[in-house]
Each structure stands twice: as structure tokens, then as C-alpha cells.
Design a protein around this ligand. Structure first.
Ligand SMILES: [Cu+2]
Length: 135
């Protein structure tokens, strides 16, 4: 009976240590990252390239090894949330820059919704960026 109590206490202590250790590791937070448009405007038309960076706000530097995905591109800023266009990821690009290809069928402001997974971080970075398509 006494042995059982000791092992229980030991187990609780070990769990406490593990939790404390994990919290100590999670110094960088998923909230420390934000998306940035490299070029805020595009010309209206087919197959336009949109380049984004994921910035680590604590260092001010772009993050090169993230997985970025575009979830939606639509004209919500112009009161046309139903006017969506397909957006496709593009391979390559500079380190820390992530490119997508989309057709901007109308001049005005488009809302790009993005998500990212960052190595070593828990959770997802969500972001919304406004791109202006010009004639
Ligand atoms: Cu529109």
C-alpha cells in the first residue's frame, strides 16, 4: 500500500516535470508569425503571380521552411464575397517567398486567405491579405 502511494507521487511529479519542460520549450509562439505581400498590386488578367512571405515578428525575418496554403481568393473587400477565383501554389521561388498563381478577372480589391504550418510550432498561422488588381 505504501509502495503504491510512492509510485503515484513519483508519477505525478514526473508528469509535472514533463509539462514544465514542454512549456519551457514553447518560447516561440504561432502568434509570432504573420503574412506579408511582396507586391500589393497585380494587373487584371490570367495567370498572375502572387508572392507572399511569412515573417517571424520577433526577428523580422522571412521563414523559409513553412508550408503555406491558400484557402481562398475572393472579392469580399469590394462587397463581392461570392466572386472567388481559383488559386494554385507554384513551385520554386526564392527562399522564404511563396508563390501562387491566380486569375484576377476584375479590377479592385481581392482578399487572399492563407494558412501556414511552421516547423517546430504548434497550430496554424491564419492570415488575410488584400491584393489590388489594376487595369
Ligand atoms: Cu468582382
Amino acid at each position: 500500500m505504501k509502495g503504491l502511494n510512492i509510485s503515484r507521487a513519483l508519477r505525478a511529479a514526473l508528469i509535472g516535470l514533463a509539462v514544465a519542460g514542454f512549456a519551457g520549450f514553447a518560447r516561440a509562439d504561432i502568434k509570432d508569425y504573420e503574412f506579408k505581400l511582396v507586391e500589393p498590386t497585380v494587373t487584371v488578367g490570367k495567370d498572375k503571380i502572387v508572392t507572399v512571405q511569412l515573417i517571424n515578428k520577433t526577428t523580422g525575418k522571412p521563414v523559409p521552411d513553412a508550408v503555406i496554403f491558400a484557402t481562398r481568393l475572393d472579392m469580399a473587400p469590394e462587397g463581392m464575397p461570392e466572386m472567388a477565383t481559383r488559386i494554385a501554389p507554384m513551385p520554386g521561388g526564392e527562399s522564404g517567398a511563396y508563390q501562387f498563381k491566380a486569375t484576377f478577372g476584375m479590377a479592385g480589391r481581392w482578399l487572399l486567405s492563407l494558412g501556414a504550418k511552421v516547423q517546430g510550432e504548434t497550430g496554424t498561422v491564419d492570415g488575410k491579405l488584400v491584393i489590388t488588381a489594376q487595369k
